[in-house]
Design a protein around this ligand. Sequence first.
Ligand SMILES: CC(C)(COP(=O)(O)OP(=O)(O)OC[C@H]1O[C@@H](n2cnc3c(N)ncnc32)[C@H](O)[C@@H]1OP(=O)(O)O)[C@@H](O)C(=O)NCCC(=O)NCCS
Length: 185
Amino acid sequence: MPDIVLETERLILRRIDESDAALQDKILNTPTVMEHLGGVKEPHELEAKHAKTMASFAREGFGFMMLVEKSSGDLVGHAGMKRVDNEHAPNQGDHEIGWLICENRWRMGYAYEAMRSVVDWAFTSIGVPHLAALTSEGNVGSWRLMEKLGMERRKDLDFSDPSFSPENNPTIQYSITQEQWEATQ
Ligand SMILES: CC(C)(COP(=O)(O)OP(=O)(O)OC[C@H]1O[C@@H](n2cnc3c(N)ncnc32)[C@H](O)[C@@H]1OP(=O)(O)O)[C@@H](O)C(=O)NCCC(=O)NCCS
């Protein structure tokens, strides 16, 4: 498989290519997966996001990746690291981790498995000083995952984003430093 970035026990995390926006649209762009993320995206929005992450990999050596289940070869998620780029965020430019898992693979430990390897990669290979993660109070699975990764709640970084519904506001943040991550190992 080309462009493997990370490998875990059950998953391969590979760089995205031009054909992945269509695959993401089919497998991950569902009302359930996108419930707390502003809803289902238009194909052109996914293409723009993928173009951005390919440019990020070329420029900075990191971005979001496709998660492939080793046992089946199926695409099961999209996760990785990017810069905080929400125009309302007080910490634009910080390194941000994020994740989506296709709904028929939820609660199998895939997000945790993938993100442990992404966080380790961010600190040991890319050398970032700290990581942020953004979600909303209603996205319980997501902030519980942040807590399971050892991240701490950062109320000082919360912000409102008018492009999200009232139920998905404010955006709340968690963060972790390299020292905090090492302490969890
Ligand atoms: C959030 C999401 C990625 C979790 O993926 P997952 O592979 O099911 O998560 P895991 O099985 O690895 O679970 C890891 C931990 O996350 C938490 N968690 C995940 N889903 C949860 C849920 N529905 N309710 C409560 N806690 C949950 C738990 O702490 C869990 O640990 P545990 O199993 O020991 O209790 C998945 O639900 C998803 O894709 N949601 C839609 C997309 C999204 O909102 N992404 C986040 C953007 S901020």
